[in-house]
Design a protein around this ligand. Structure first.
Ligand SMILES: [Cu+2]
Length: 108
């Protein structure tokens, strides 16, 4: 019994130390900070969303998942499309929003 408990505890630590999971959407049609704010707001309302980051210049919307939760790419795309923008590319990346931001900055 003790062994099982230890194994479970180890399993939980392994999951929580996993890299953050995010999705990067390439979105056409976002032109100003109001566009960005609107998208941020609607995506933050979704249950699995931890953080949202919009980069207008790079036409990128990044969404980070809450720990242990899975992002719904279809639902997120639908939100963006409903708001009047075009989703042209979806990528899953094992990075946090902070890491994605740093990456976009270094890639001027
Ligand atoms: Cu706008």
């Amino acid at each position: 019994m003790k062994k099982i408990v230890i194994a479970l505890a180890m399993g939980i630590t392994a999951i929580s130390s996993m890299a953050a999971t995010s999705m990067k959407f390439t979105v056409n049609g976002m032109v100003c900070s109001f566009c960005a704010q609107g998208i941020e707001k609607s995506l933050l309302k979704m249950g699995a969303t931890k953080e949202v980051f919009v980069d207008l210049k790079k036409k990128t919307v990044a969404v980070e998942a809450k720990e242990g939760q899975v992002l719904d790419a279809k639902a997120i795309s639908a939100e963006i499309v409903d708001a009047g923008y075009d989703v042209v590319k979806i990528e899953t990346v094992l990075k946090s929003i902070a890491e994605i931001k740093a990456e976009l900055k270094s890639r001027k």
